[in-house]
Design a protein around this ligand. Sequence first.
Ligand SMILES: Nc1ncnc2c1ncn2[C@@H]1O[C@H](COP(=O)(O)OP(=O)(O)OP(=O)(O)O)[C@@H](O)[C@H]1O
Length: 233
Amino acid sequence: MTAPLMLELRDLSKSFELHHQHGARLDVLRGLDLRLHAGECVVLSGPSGAGKSTLLRVIYANYHPTRGTVNVRHDGRLVDLATAAPHEVLDVRRRTLAYVSQFLRVIPRVPALDIVAEPLLQMGADEQEARQRAGDLLRRLNVPERLWSLPPGTFSGGEQQRVNIARGLIVPRPILLLDEPTASLDAGNRDVVAQLLAEARAAGSAVLGIFHDEDMRDRVATRLFPMHALEAA
Ligand SMILES: Nc1ncnc2c1ncn2[C@@H]1O[C@H](COP(=O)(O)OP(=O)(O)OP(=O)(O)O)[C@@H](O)[C@H]1O
């Protein structure tokens, strides 16, 4: 493969200390190796509890790995997020690494359009351009225009998810981590998301995701990465 290497996991392990169970240890990831290139969409597969969400959270540096390397291509060089300083992690998140889960973090009193536009404004885009792009994405994702000026707290689960996807994709970041972003979407809106992901890949993004819906998985995956639950330690 000649496309640039965007993400490289080496010998990655994660255990949790269970403080309520006299410090027992739960091994969730052990010695994982994975390489993700620009333009690829690798889908994590495996049963519930195999550690798929944990892996995405370790890559996004929400969890610290117990051992191993999380190399991310950032500004043309590989940065190991397992050892990076907090300000560097924040810079990688702002410009290189997007994480879209199935849940929108609702900010009280902030309208949907502004929630979607915010990451682009933070990158220095002017307000009109950011709102225009946010509107384009919300329209493509079939979020009715009458909702754009309302805070999404009262939106349906599927509407909130579509606002969340629009927010996650508005800045074209080189690596996308997706944790079931389409869980409550109907077939029509899943199609739109598949199309948006195809466009992101064509523009050079690398995608690593979890999609329980088999149809969606088959549509978006260029490769599966099988995972399985570890034996109890
Ligand atoms: N913060 C935590 N503390 C302790 N255990 C945790 C923590 N986060 C996850 N786990 C455990 O790690 C294991 C893997 O969980 P994870 O959510 O990564 O699995 P998954 O493959 O994404 O499952 P699903 O498909 O059901 O979403 C589970 O046994 C879970 O209880």
